[in-house]
Design a protein around this ligand. Structure first.
Ligand SMILES: Nc1nc2c(ncn2[C@@H]2O[C@H](COP(=O)(O)OP(=O)(O)O)[C@@H](O)[C@H]2O)c(=O)[nH]1
Ligand SMILES: [Mg+2]
Length: 263
């Protein structure tokens, strides 16, 4: 039987790139995907209108466009999408960032060979031997490799990325919402990595391509590097920290409105 797979695209101020991401939705990938969920995290540019006009031009592609009630960050947008997937009885959710750095087609072997069925998560990896990077400085790559190594030591499994923009999760393993108190910002993904050890989730890294050309990264590199290191030490010292509150606003409900929907 065909698996029910949701493709979640977080989008924030990426009016130029989101159209290229939607352009990746050809027959080869759409045959695996039941619905595309674009979560507009209250962009202040034309991102939402670009998505809407794409939907008008392609009424045959099943897309749901949501707008978060507030800016929930990238982590918060994941929480919106994970709940949507659970409520809609999806079995798997693929995350693909809306700023066109990754290629969904890199996951076609994962989809066609059903590699995802064997794991709680298949994580796209930028730093494996077979990965292909474009526009990444040696310094940045080197820094990432060091962090991957430190994480591997702490969570006692090989790590090839702290959080790329192409990942696939089994919805069943998200249903407990263990991630609810995780950071709403860009630290969300690396916190999910600690959780794989703490909650004994089975993950597999898969090499992907990744490029940086006209994207504006919102990662404040030095700050994120420090925060990540702090979290790493804290978790190493006492893994139960992962069950604590990491959000700036613990009262958040992660609500979003449907702006548009096709088929
Ligand atoms: N920075 C940021 N990105 C968000 C937010 N909400 C959704 N996103 C999306 O998350 C993805 C990653 O953000 P980005 O700043 O490009 O981080 P990077 O690619 O890891 O350097 C992009 O697709 C954004 O459109 C948000 O509040 N802040
Ligand atoms: Mg990006």
């Amino acid at each position: 039987m065909k698996d029910k797979i949701l493709l979640f695209i977080p989008a924030y101020n990426c009016e130029k790139q989101i159209i290229r991401v939607l352009g990746q939705l050809d027959e080869d990938v759409m045959k695996y995907i039941h619905r595309v969920l674009v979560v507009n995290n209250r962009s202040s540019d034309e991102t939402e209108n670009v998505v809407k006009s794409f939907m008008k031009r392609h009424p045959d592609i099943p897309v749901t466009l949501l707008r978060n009630r507030e800016n929930y960050g990238l982590g918060g947008s994941h929480k919106v999408a994970f709940r949507y997937a659970a409520d809609g009885d999806y079995q798997y959710v693929i995350v693909l960032h809306g700023d066109d750095q990754g290629m969904l087609s890199d996951f076609i072997p994962v989809l066609s060979h059903k590699i995802y069925r064997k794991h709680d998560a298949v994580l796209g990896a930028r730093f494996m031997r077979e990965s292909r990077l474009k526009g990444y400085s040696r310094f940045r790559t080197f820094g990432n490799l060091i962090y991957d190594f430190l994480f591997a030591f702490v969570i006692r499994k090989k790590v090839y990325d702290l959080g790329s923009g192409l990942n696939m999760y089994k919805v069943e393993s998200l249903k407990s919402e263990y991630y609810l108190k995780f950071p709403d910002n860009l630290m969300f993904n690396c916190t999910m990595l600690f959780a794989t050890e703490y909650y004994a989730q089975d993950i597999c890294f898969y090499p992907i391509s990744w490029r940086e050309d006209d994207q504006v990264s919102n990662v404040k590199m030095a700050r994120q590097a420090c925060e990540t290191l702090k979290m790493l030490f804290a978790y190493y010292h006492d893994p139960t920290v992962i069950t604590g509150e990491y959000r700036e606003d613990p009262a958040r409900c992660y609500e979003a409105d449907i702006i548009d929907q096709t088929v």
